[in-house]
Design a protein around this ligand. Structure first.
Ligand code: ADP
Ligand code: MG
Length: 449
């Protein structure tokens, strides 16, 4: 058995839905995870924000989301000769029901003038609740024995809204029983969302559908997890920025995780964890070029050239905390990291000096509150407008030359922090944001060109 996950672009419109169904048809017994239709999650968030101050505009935007789903269904069914009116009605009333639900959240947000993480999750999950159910109905008329699985029943999480942690014991049991109850059918579940023990909707974090796929894959000990998207694998760099980036045939779990963590948008950073624990290979494949091999991520490590891949982030800040005492103690470091933990701020790059610590992190809503607290430990200096370039899978035999060359390609005067791990083959350079893209181009050309 394989888990197949289809992302937002794959769920873009009726023509990609057909492509996806044609792919699913080739598998004997898949478990399918789908994202919301393209751009829907972002739009749902925007609608919720709008409802804080302009209820009418929010209603208009909600109407657009509804309309887009209605169009997909109408266009899809139009092209299937003997689809019945019953299916069309079923789909339209599902869309109506979810729109009503969205409207009632918008009322609540408008009346209370508050959008808390719990409501934000409930609103965001509507995207996958729509896409997954409608996709099952289209699958049925397309001749596939698809069955809808509500992720709320399977993906049990804690109540950390916005980035909930899965309860894997519960998920393992539930996924197995879902499979038993639906023998001979193709389960289709929305990714990204789940439910806590009190019945509240939660989400696994932005782009969390990859993570859902990996959790289900691990729960069912499948033979492979396939992440289907709009590019033929994980590339040496984001192909949208580097035109001659090329797909990498094989990556280790660790290399893929690092790429995801340091900004390669193609995979959610937690995706590899459940798969790696169960030693299940993860494939990244392209719905538009299904015959391309894509990338295989597994436990095996394959020596690459000088570097396996590179990635970047453009929206970071560097926070430097200088201890008031002359000697930097472990209390100081522990205190600083405890604050970051409390605010869920994942650290990208750290460097220390005798009395200070500098931390590069991605900009995020929690930062200001964290800074207030950090000020109790010393003076805090903030450097906004930063980016990070990360090289993953560096061949450690030639590390010195590599670092020298990378720095040559960047205007060294603008480099703010550097970290290099020989054992992990990982080089991170923090620099002024404006220089990220030109430097990435130069480095990619030197290493992969
Ligand atoms: P999906 O909607 O299928 O989840 P995503 O947009 O999340 O798709 O991920 C696919 C996109 O990730 C690609 O279109 C590509 O632009 C981007 N991307 C960024 N870095 C990389 C990389 N190193 N390799 C491949 N794709 C990348
Ligand atoms: Mg994605």
């Amino acid at each position: 058995m394989r888990v197949l996950k289809f992302g937002g672009t794959s769920m873009g419109d009726e023509s990609t839905w057909r492509k996806v169904l044609d792919i699913i048809r080739n598998y004997e017994q898949p478990f399918v995870i789908v994202s919301a239709t393209a751009r829907t999650t972002r739009q749902l968030w925007a609608v919720a924000e709008q409802a804080l101050h302009d209820r009418q505009e929010a209603a208009k935007s909600a109407g657009k989301i509804r309309e887009r789903h209605e169009n997909i269904i109408t266009n899809f069914l139009k092209n299937v000769p003997d689809s019945s009116q019953t299916i069309a009605n079923d789909c339209l009333s599902w869309i109506e029901e979810k729109t009503q639900k969205l409207e009632s959240y918008l009322d609540q947000i408008y009346e209370q003038k508050e959008l808390n993480p719990q409501t934000k999750d409930a609103v965001a999950a509507i995207g996958e609740q729509l896409s997954s159910y409608l996709f099952v109905k289209c699958g049925e008329v397309y001749g596939l024995p698809a069955v809808w699985i509500d992720a709320a029943d399977v993906i049990r999480t804690d109540s950390d809204f916005g980035q909930a942690a899965p309860d894997t014991d519960f998920i393992n049991k539930k996924a197995t029983s879902v499979l038993d109850m639906n023998a001979g059918r193709i389960p289709v579940m929305g990714g990204y969302y789940g439910q806590d023990a009190d019945g509240n909707t939660t989400t696994l974090g932005f782009e969390g559908s990859d993570y859902s796929a990996s959790l289900i894959g691990a729960a069912l000990s499948v033979e492979a997890i396939e992440i289907w998207t709009d590019v033929s694998g994980i590339y040496t760099c984001d192909p949208r920025v580097i035109a001659d980036a090329r797909p990498i045939a094989e990556l280790s779990f660790q290399e893929a995780t690092e790429l995801a963590y340091f900004g390669a948008k193609v995979l959610h950073p937690s995706t590899t964890k459940p798969a790696s624990q169960k030693q299940i290979p993860v494939w990244v494949k392209n719905i538009f070029e299904p015959d391309q091999p894509g990338t295989r991520i597994s436990h095996e490590t394959h020596p690459g050239g000088r570097v396996k891949a590179m990635t970047f982030k453009e929206n970071c800040v560097v926070i430097t905390i200088t201890s008031q005492n002359t000697v930097m103690g472990y209390e100081f470091l522990a205190g600083v990291f405890e604050i970051l933990r409390w605010h869920h701020l994942p650290v990208d790059v750290v460097t220390t000096t005798e009395a200070s610590v500098s931390i590069a992190i991605e900009k995020n809503n929690g930062i200001n509150k964290a800074i207030e607290q950090l000020e109790t430990y010393g003076t805090v200096d903030l450097k906004p407008g930063q980016g990070i370039i990360s090289l993953v899978g560096c061949n450690t035999n030639n590390a010195q030359l590599l670092v020298t060359n990378v720095l040559k390609d960047i205007n060294s005067a603008s480099v703010n922090l550097i970290s290099f791990s020989q054992s992990k083959g990982n080089l991170n350079v923090v620099l002024d944001k404006e220089l990220v893209i030109p430097s990435v181009r130069a480095i990619h050309k030197r290493i992969f060109g």
